[in-house]
Design a protein around this ligand. Sequence first.
Ligand code: NAG
Ligand code: NAG
Ligand code: NAG
Ligand code: NAG
Ligand code: NAG
Length: 262
Amino acid sequence: MRASILLASALGASVFAAPASPTFNPDAASPGGLDSVAEYFNMLATKVQESRNMAAAPVCDLSKAQQPIAAPTPLPPPTAGLVLKHVAIGRGTQNYTCDVKNATAIPVANGALATLYNASCIASTYPDLLNTLPKVALQFNLTDAPKMAPSNLVVSGIHYFTTATTPFFNLDTAASKLGQAQCAKNASVSAPANAPKGQAGEAAVPWLKLMTKSGATGDLQEVYRLETAGGSAPATCAGMPAAFEVQYSAQYWFYESLPKKA
Ligand SMILES: *[C@@H]1O[C@H](CO)[C@@H](O)[C@H](O)[C@H]1NC(C)=O
Ligand SMILES: *[C@@H]1O[C@H](CO)[C@@H](O)[C@H](O)[C@H]1NC(C)=O
Ligand SMILES: *[C@@H]1O[C@H](CO)[C@@H](O)[C@H](O)[C@H]1NC(C)=O
Ligand SMILES: *[C@@H]1O[C@H](CO)[C@@H](O)[C@H](O)[C@H]1NC(C)=O
Ligand SMILES: *[C@@H]1O[C@H](CO)[C@@H](O)[C@H](O)[C@H]1NC(C)=O
């Protein structure tokens, strides 16, 4: 059917996963977890209707995407001249270590590991739906499935750390190779007060602006972590093991420099 072709195009084939996905974690302590999943499917239903009413197929045009602004403190904007290359939902864990002998010690960040899922078309077409995705994704346990529950977003890359302070992004894992980059933090702001909490009520990790280091490929220059959900460590190491993970999700926005004209 024509309508369903248009829709698949609009949502980057993100739709039609059943809410009763077997990996849904109803025990997650996240307040409003069930509400956020319901909100996602209600919004999806509205988008289905909207896209049926569209005269022409929506185009997956990243120049139309608007980066979320962190209130009350915005991050520095992307450097002038850079172009949005990709938007992904990251779903994984933030890692921490603790001095188990010291209950007042503060947990230390020790990298992260997340799968990146291609959300470029949703970012360019349905930003409100995009902004529900980190919160919704966090209601589902991590799996090896090639799609991000409860959506049908497909893998576009992987994110981990190459040193304790060097986040790394590999966007060469999918069919379209967008590049790889080690990064350094340029700016960090607290997530908004109403940011989604984690599976056990953890605060959302800060929003970040990262700059790529030399050696980056695909002309990748800047990476933003936005609309975070969960991921923060507890305030102290009391009762925590020497190493632990906190579940999180976030949007990642990747910017590239355009190749110089010859
Ligand atoms: C999700 O993960 C939690 C915590 O590890 C576990 O208790 C629960 O059984 C898992 N749920 C499903 C549906 O796999
Ligand atoms: C425990 O951690 C706190 C906070 O970092 C620090 O002030 C204190 O010196 C530590 N105590 C010991 C015994 O290491
Ligand atoms: C993301 O999805 C869009 C639309 O299907 C596609 O054009 C693009 O190549 C994908 N990007 C990656 C990195 O997979
Ligand atoms: C962030 O990037 C801007 C622009 O390149 C630079 O002026 C500033 O010094 C950087 N700040 C940090 C903390 O790296
Ligand atoms: C932390 O992250 C790494 C990936 O970089 C992972 O292999 C490891 O199991 C994670 N968890 C802990 C508790 O170290």
